[in-house]
Design a protein around this ligand. Structure first.
Ligand code: TYM
Length: 329
């Protein structure tokens, strides 16, 4: 079986973009692949967090991903900060990553524009920590949304560079992007990606939103004046809604066009909203059950951190040896 690795930051509420762009697919891959998933909480502190809120968000994100169907009987699912090898390998990889490479990362440029008062070194070296996450588990495939593409490319370059300098050490990972849904856009500004940090609350659907909130956000979604449901250039709002509907129903764009022929945008938005509500209902129910089972959750992440540590440590040991750190026998 090929090894799959992916992670998500537990920074606030998880969005429909996170779910459709990555995690719905991650849950579906668990039979076919050896899957290793993580909450990237070390990445989260690149933006200032209030401690109590951060702890709560992390536990909620853990429960929510289990509710998505991440199954600890089949896969590993751990919390990054509980596996010390991530921070350790990240330091080593920092020394094999160039300032120029990190400077070219578009996410760094965007985030440092947004958080101009806190452009910390962690924000800058974020991609080498992400490379460490992936490379520690010798992952073949990394299922993510399109916004992570540049980071995956950098992880590949770091792996190839290290392998060439020493000897084959890391599997060179490949990004895996969904055909539809790889970039879910804001419902209010369909030129921008749907994001937790959207200034307009109506633009972002959270996976734990109430059915009423979800319907309201879809009904208010920005579209265009043509009033015909079809996929075309310049129809960003409709294209985005069609993408969401296509992922959830498995229908092609042609089928969706036929389904809504002669109908207005109101009907279409209602249908998309309804489909999202129906998809999320069982997830929300499962989440509510899990979040009340604190002991179960703790047992789960403790055991998974131990298992992940055993795997990660093997790669870290190899790296330390190759670099030339004096070994304690
Ligand atoms: P994060 O937490 O921002 O997002 C988690 C996943 O959701 C995807 N995603 C989207 N997909 C489609 N449309 C959107 N609007 C949208 N918004 C987010 C992201 O692409 C991602 O797959 N750096 C990563 C976390 C990470 C990681 C890793 C991922 C840390 N280490 C190693 C893979 C491998 C991040 O911040 O994702």
């Amino acid at each position: 079986k090929k090894t799959v690795f992916s992670a998500i930051q537990p920074s606030g509420s998880i969005t429909l973009g996170n779910f459709l762009g990555a995690w719905r697919g991650c849950a579906a891959m668990q039979d076919e692949y050896r899957c290793i998933y993580a909450l990237a909480d070390l990445h989260t502190i690149t933006v200032r967090q209030e401690p109590a809120k951060f702890r709560k968000n992390t536990l909620e994100a853990y429960a929510l991903l289990l509710a998505f169907g991440i199954d600890v009987e089949k896969s590993l699912f751990f919390i990054q900060s509980q596996v010390p090898a991530h921070a350790q390998l990240a330091w080593v990889l920092n020394c094999y990553t160039q300032f120029g490479e990190l400077s070219r990362m578009t996410q760094f440029k965007d985030k440092s524009a947004k958080h101009a008062d806190n452009i910390n070194a962690g924000l800058f070296t974020y991609p080498s920590l992400m490379a460490a996450d992936i490379l520690l588990y010798q992952a073949d495939l990394v299922p993510v949304g399109i916004d992570q593409k540049q980071h995956i490319e950098l992880a590949r370059n770091i792996a190839e560079r290290f392998n060439a300098l020493y000897s084959p050490t890391f599997t060179v990972p490949e990004g895996m992007f969904p055909k539809t849904g790889a970039k879910i856009m804001s419902l209010q500004d369909p030129a921008k990606k749907m994001s937790k940090s959207d200034d307009n609350a109506n633009g972002c659907v959270y996976v734990l939103d109430t059915p009423d909130d979800i319907m309201r956000k879809f009904k208010r979604a920005v579209t265009d004046s043509e009033a015909r449901v079809h996929y075309a250039e310049g129809k960003d709002g409709i294209n985005n809604l069609m993408g969401i509907y296509a992922v959830l129903t498995g229908k092609s764009y042609e089928e969706i066009e036929r389904e809504f022929e002669g109908k207005g945008y109101g009907d279409f938005k209602e249908a998309v909203g309804q489909t999202v509500v129906e998809e999320l209902a069982p997830i929300q129910e499962k989440f509510r059950r899990l979040i009340d089972s604190k002991d179960y959750l703790e047992a789960c992440y403790r055991e998974n951190a131990q298992k992940a540590t055993a795997i990660a440590q093997r790669t870290l040991n190899k790296v330390m040896k190759k670099v030339g750190f004096l070994q304690v026998k």
